[in-house]
Design a protein around this ligand. Structure first.
Ligand code: SF4
Length: 310
């Protein structure tokens, strides 16, 4: 046997092993971030019945996967039911999710409601249909949660969704507001959780690729994602190339708010401020330069946290 033919299998083995190690690290990282979000926000409690909203997109498949693994390891008991809403979009492959869920052995329910026709009928020509479509979907899912006896509704939004929403609200709504990791639904009857709140989209996408999920595209209806969100996605993608920690740092800034250094007079009592309050304040006249040091430290912390994870 030639030297080349002797070496080739070993090389392939090493490449495969390295790939396997990378995949394990990725899975651990996602589990770790999702686990941390679940603990930080007390998302799941003993006895909960979690309704996992499964759209057929990469995020919801990954969330289901991560929750099923957490269920095996958690020191508490909770159950999972996957729910998909078949909105009757033309070309929706009805068989994919039932087959996938049967194979997984997960309890599930497929809800059929023709929101597609309603959206087409109600949306003026040339306008994006996603807003109304999402509102209708949300209402149906909330109703379903009650029917299936769910105590929490899990949605697959990730860190990038949160940061995009923050900028959308700032740029177009002049509000410092993102997308919560845990909230009470607008019908006031359900608690919604987002276990992937700390996970980066790129990690979720990579994981979905490795797992080879049978992805069903959302835009079967032919609609386009909101243009403003697309612009913000492009902005974040540029930042990721220039400075990989920036998007996570923007997210982390939402976890470390200093109302006394912002301008919301409802969030901080500027009018009543006196030197007698000094002992209760944590920050004084800290200016931009010092903040940069904090920001660099955050990046460093991220590296340390990631090293711990991998
Ligand atoms: S792309 Fe189509 S199915 Fe998806 S949210 Fe928009 S209107 Fe609804």
């Amino acid at each position: 046997m030639s030297e080349t033919s002797n070496n080739t299998p070993a090389l392939i083995d090493e490449t495969e092993l390295q790939q396997q190690r990378d995949n394990n690290k990725l899975e651990k990282r996602l589990q770790k971030y999702a686990g941390k979000a679940m603990i930080d926000f007390n998302m799941i409690e003993d006895g909960d019945r979690i309704m996992v909203c499964l759209s057929g997109g990469k995020d919801s498949y990954a969330m289901l996967d991560i929750l099923l693994k957490s269920q095996q390891r958690a020191p508490i008991d909770f159950s999972i039911i996957a729910v998909n809403l078949d909105q009757k979009q033309p070309g929706f492959p009805e068989h994919i999710l039932p087959e996938y869920l049967e194979q997984l052995g997960v309890e599930y329910r497929i809800v059929e409601e023709d929101t597609y026709s309603i959206v087409l009928d109600k949306t003026p020509e040339g306008k994006t249909t996603c807003g109304l479509c999402s509102r209708l979907r949300r209402g149906i899912l909330y109703k379903t949660a009650i029917q299936v006896g769910a105590t929490k509704i899990a949605l697959g939004h990730h860190l990038d969704d949160m940061v995009e929403t923050l900028f959308l609200n700032m740029f177009h709504g002049a509000r410092l507001k993102s997308m919560p990791a845990k909230l009470i639904s607008d019908d006031k009857k359900n608690i919604v959780i987002r276990p992937l709140a700390y996970c980066r989209e790129a990690d979720v996408a990579e994981y979905a690729k490795i797992k080879n999920y049978p992805i069903i595209p959302c835009n079967l209806c032919g609609s386009q994602e909101n243009l403003e969100r697309q612009n913000i996605k492009a902005m974040l993608a540029t930042w990721d190339k220039q400075s990989p920690n920036r998007v996570r740092n923007v997210f982390k800034s939402m976890q470390r708010i200093t109302p006394s250094h912002l301008f919301d007079t409802d969030a901080f009592d500027f009018k009543g401020l006196t030197t007698a309050d000094a002992d209760s304040l944590e920050e004084f006249d800290i200016a931009f330069d010092d903040e940069i040091i904090v920001s660099e430290q955050n990046s460093l912390n991220d590296v340390i946290v990631l090293k711990e994870i991998v």
